[in-house]
Design a binder for this molecule. Structure first.
Ligand SMILES: [Zn+2]
Length: 444
């Protein structure tokens, strides 16, 4: 017979972008079985049914966060992630953070890269039911060339540093892509652009040749595995598009030609501007320098026209928060990218919700099966007070979330037990520079 769950009396946002409508939802095992009158009729013939009264609630697909680094543990810097982490401990800590993510109504994540590539282990433990957490797909080590990713001299000239693996030359590219596929990655992640310390004034630059990027795609696609790229700057976007990348992160700084290539190849883009938006809006409260605040504000402003062009051309914007850093801690900001889409890119709240649900199913490699309230789809469902189609920021109000259902199972949302700080895990800051002129002016 299976296990049945009947959610009645709520307003459904189905994830397609359609306006909310009154309907009940009938779930059988891990799938949505029927909707509306169908559901009401079928439930009459069932004896063992769990019921949720959703009167006054919005019933919608569980959120998908397509950019969440579960192994970083709200790090304050790359230094911490690269050199202060231990493999088993970081995956145990990640399993705690995974529960924070669920409590924010996020039932699925794409974790693009992780320390020790250990998100693969967490994914398998969650999907097998050993550990509670969101449905996960992941990459392993992000591939970079010897010239560096986003962290300059912190990255060794070869091998693995943190969540990166340096690949030098065709042989190492082929070997690493195949090794990752053997280990079970869902995606190959490439850092197509990066800052080179001495040339930092030039911003992020494309650090791969066209031939090298073509090779990554050739080897990965040959095994049916998609490739995603961190791309800042027009050249990185163009080369990644030309190489047939399947998804782009950031894609800021595009010129006309880059925009056109993304549109022609219909490549989904995940701008991931939550980090920038948080620093822009709250930086003064946490002591960020005005220069950095302005830089991030500028990156958002620069993205407005290109992203509007992609939206107008029907290119899906993938919604991801880049949670895992002190500026974007787990559980707090998974809804924030939707606010950026609404406030800066002119989406309606319903379009932003579609981005974080039905469109994001692409990042989960489950398009049409996830992120929709529709018969036959996986039953990942969020019941929340109020109407997010009127006010997108409601989705960030965890206290309004009444039920989170993953794979047809209603989860226990009671608060997580508090934990202490791990010793040697975070890098303590010594604070600001103590200028003698400032603190002891009388002696000068
Ligand atoms: Zn990232």
């Amino acid at each position: 017979m299976g296990m049945h769950l009947y959610i009645h009396g709520g307003q459904v946002i189905d994830g397609t972008g359609a306006a909310p409508f009154a309907a009940s939802v009938l779930v059988r095992d891990d799938k949505i079985m029927a909707l509306g009158q169908e559901a009401d009729q079928q439930v009459m013939h069932l004896d063992q049914v769990k019921r949720i009264d959703a009167s006054g609630l919005t019933v919608m697909p569980g959120l998908i966060d397509s950019h969440c680094h579960l192994s970083f543990d709200d790090a304050s810097s790359n230094l911490e992630i690269f050199h202060q982490r231990r493999n088993a401990l970081s995956v145990l800590v990640a399993s705690y953070n995974a529960k924070k993510v669920l409590r924010a109504g996020v039932t699925s994540i794409l974790d693009p890269d992780s320390v020790f590539a250990n998100s693969l282990d967490l994914r398998d433990a969650i999907n097998a039911g050993y550990v509670e957490g969101p449905r996960m797909v992941c990459g392993a080590y992000a591939l970079i060339t010897g010239v560096g990713g986003t962290a300059g001299h912190l990255i060794a000239d070869e091998g693995v540093t943190g969540y990166y693996r340096v690949v030098q030359g065709d042989d190492e590219i082929i070997k690493e892509v195949r090794r990752q596929i053997k280990e079970g990655v869902d995606w190959i992640k490439v850092h197509v652009s990066g800052v080179v310390p001495h040339y930092a004034h030039l911003g992020e630059r494309c650090s791969w040749s066209q031939k090298e990027l073509d090779l990554v795609c050739e080897v990965a696609h040959d095994m049916g595995v998609p490739v995603m790229g961190h791309c800042r700057g027009a050249e990185a976007v163009k080369r990644a598009a030309k190489a047939d990348f399947d998804m782009l992160f950031h894609a800021t700084g595009m010129d006309e030609e880059a925009i056109q290539m993304v549109i022609d190849k219909r490549i989904p883009v995940c701008p991931s501007l939550t980090f920038q938006a948080n620093i822009a809006d709250f930086g003064t409260q946490i002591g960020t320098s005005q220069a950095l605040i302005d830089l991030f504000k500028n990156e958002i402003q620069e993205s407005v026209e290109p992203m509007k062009r992609l939206i107008a051309a029907g290119i899906p914007l993938i919604c991801g928060s880049e949670s895992g850093f002190t500026a974007v801690p787990y559980g707090d900001w998974h809804h924030r990218e939707m606010e950026v889409f609404v406030n800066h890119f002119g989406m309606t709240p319903l379009q932003a919700i579609r981005s974080a649900t039905a469109d994001n199913a692409f990042a989960m490699k489950m398009s049409g099966e996830l992120g929709l309230i529709k018969p036959g789809c996986y039953a990942d469902i969020l019941c929340i007070e109020g109407d997010p189609s009127q006010q997108i920021s409601l989705l960030g109000e965890t206290r309004l979330i009444q039920h989170v259902i993953k794979n047809g199972q209603s989860l226990d949302l009671s608060p997580l037990p508090a934990h202490k700080r791990l010793s040697g895990w975070h890098i303590p800051s010594m604070g600001q520079r103590i200028s003698k002129n400032a603190v002891m002016p009388a002696f000068n």
